[in-house]
Unconditional design. Structure first.
Length: 365
């Protein structure tokens, strides 16, 4: 005798939607707690994230030195020393160029403001009105100038401390990279060690591919814009090219900011016509990047839709400002790589005899 089963309260499609909603809420909750912990512990988390990006970028150089029979600690030290030399030199060139051209940029902006105010003066807005309003604003908030200077000194000290700690972590990560897989497998349960290793490899490969592709694209952009500015005889062309190189690590927004600075310098020193030529060079380089470099180079490393990149940058800026904008895209690339690896492994199902087979991947030595 069969027992009559009661029909389910909800149809099958509704139950599936409810299950996916529960999963989405759980994932969102875990992600929210993770972000909250990262923000709360940002003094420790930020150097670690920067060190991971630096390790992903410098890993190939370190591996090449090790293959040349250089001792691992010495190879890591030489790699970090090269980073300090390159970053320090680029920073010196950028700051020097901006200081040399700063007065010209300010003068051009003042002249543009005067022209706009002159055109609006007939309608009741004059430069004197704007100047008096600015004086009132400065007098209102002038009392906080000293605290602002102290805050700026504290920020600079924090940035220097973070950079030094990140550099030390890069040294240790490079030196001990051959032990990373073993340590990761020892922390994971034995039944899931292969999956954890594969997911970790995929995430790191995504970050490494993004950093390598972005660096190559940034180098081409900087060279093209530097050559163009040198032809136009714009002062500080080398420094502006270095600024373009650094800004390229923040997709879209970094190129816009560095290109704007280059155009302002051209406007201040060479006039309106040369500024238009500089604008044309910047736009041409951006077209080259968007239609040729990005599809060809990034398609071999990690693929992300521009909308995903823009949303990631916006979210990173909301959470951690400029640093969040810098870290958002590579972390998103790592997340995309993890999701792709999980879908690949669980959609195909376990292969026969795959439980005991080691997971193949790039050498970490």
């Amino acid at each position: 005798m069969t027992v009559n089963q009661k029909p389910p309260l909800l149809p099958e499609p509704a139950r599936r939607v409810a299950a996916w909603c529960v999963v989405a809420l759980l994932v969102t909750g875990v992600a929210g707690v993770g972000i909250w912990l990262c923000v709360t512990l940002k003094a420790a988390v930020t150097p670690v994230l920067l060190a991971i990006l630096g390790t992903a970028l410098l890993g190939p150089l370190h591996r090449r030195l090790v293959k040349m029979k250089v001792q691992r600690s010495l190879a890591a030290g030489l790699t970090c020393a090269a980073v300090v030399a390159v970053v320090g030199g680029a920073g010196y060139i950028v700051v020097g160029a901006l200081i040399d051209s700063g007065d010209q940029i300010i003068a051009s902006v003042k002249q543009a403001t005067t022209d706009v105010a002159g055109k609006l003066g007939a309608k009741g807005t004059s430069l004197d009105d704007m100047s008096s309003s600015l004086k009132d604003l400065v007098s209102k908030f002038g009392g906080s100038a000293a605290s602002g200077v102290l805050t700026g000194i504290g920020i600079v000290g924090g940035v220097v401390a973070t950079a030094v700690l990140a550099l030390l972590l890069i040294f240790f990560f490079l030196r001990d990279s051959d032990r990373a897989v073993g340590a990761l497998r020892s922390l994971a349960p034995s039944s899931t060690a292969d999956t954890v290793e594969a997911v970790a490899r995929r995430a790191f490969e995504a970050v490494e591919g993004f950093m390598r592709g972005t660096t190559f694209i940034a180098l081409i952009d900087a060279l093209c814009i530097t050559v163009g500015l040198l032809i136009l005889r714009v002062p500080g062309a080398v420094g502006l090219g270095a600024l373009v190189f650094v800004g390229a690590y923040i997709p879209y927004l970094g190129a816009f900011i560095s290109g704007t600075v280059a155009i302002l310098v051209a406007l201040a020193d060479r006039g309106f016509v040369i500024a238009l030529w500089a604008l044309g060079i910047v736009l041409a380089v951006q077209v080259l990047e968007g239609h040729i470099l990005q599809p060809v180079i990034q398609s071999r490393t990690v693929q992300m839709h521009p909308a995903v990149v823009m949303l990631a940058i916006a979210a990173g800026a909301t959470v951690a400002g400029i640093l969040g904008m810098l870290l958002a895209v590579p972390l998103t690339a790592a997340a995309v790589g993890v999701i792709a690896e999980i879908r690949l492994r669980y959609a195909a199902g376990p292969a026969p005899g795959a439980a005991s087979a080691p997971v193949s991947g790039p050498s970490t030595s």
